[in-house]
Design a protein around this ligand. Sequence first.
Ligand code: KMH
Ligand code: ZN
Length: 277
Amino acid sequence: MSASPAVLTAALAGPIASKADNPALPTTPQEIAAEAQAAWEAGAAIVHVHLRDQHGKPTADLNIARLTVALIEERCPVLVQLSTGVGLSVAFEEREQIVEARPAMATLNVCSMTFADGEFRNPPAGVRRLASRMRELGIKPELEIYDTGHLDVALALHSEGLLADPMQFSIVLGVRGGAGADPENLLSLVRRLPDNAIWQVVGIGRANLMLTAIGLAIGGNARTGLEDTLLIRRGEPAAGNGPLVERLATVARSIEREPASLAEACELLGVAGRGAA
Ligand code: KMH
Ligand code: ZN
């Protein structure tokens, strides 16, 4: 019996790095769409997208969001997951508006936390409001879990009826302020997930490859991309998201987990795609 397909996600740019850190980092809607296509062709079923304004700063501008989603959709049928994390400098009330661009998926960060040198504010009332709006719009939440307490808060939201099954978790390891990039942290979080949960590993920085490989080996899905690691290996900047996804797809295949097709990813996540298998 072959193992289940692995849903691969490409986090194309994130809100923090700039082209000075890696010239391949996409920041305009056109560049983001081109990178989404490269990630799709390399095996990603989902692209996780942060938006930038004309100065390269994180933005929740709905026109930019709508344009970016449309440009991606013109190029390929990959599922678009917009980040409601946006960037640490953007107020929660602006960030939550992003779901009005009606992506298939969007992130839901359930707790406030120290995030490297900044503060990531996710106030309880705002999180409830956003979860409820996403449920109303049929947008699948990607539940970003940076530590064990975040998982407990997500489960409480589920008990309140704000999150539909199956819950989809990103276990994020390696953010300073959250759980460290350590396999033991991964295992302890995975053990606490509900039985029917779907999950992926997000490994920030140098441990990206090691943590995503472990996650795939123990039955999870995995994310990579320039948001998570600017380097493809020590000292070598990644040439784009395509090569990072290609490498992750190779890891998945080598342990008999084919990258999930769009149809397989949609079925697993309970998300409506746009046709192609
Ligand atoms: N970089 C942070 C603002 C998300 O995409 O929802 C957290 C973040 C989470 O990127
Ligand atoms: Zn993100």
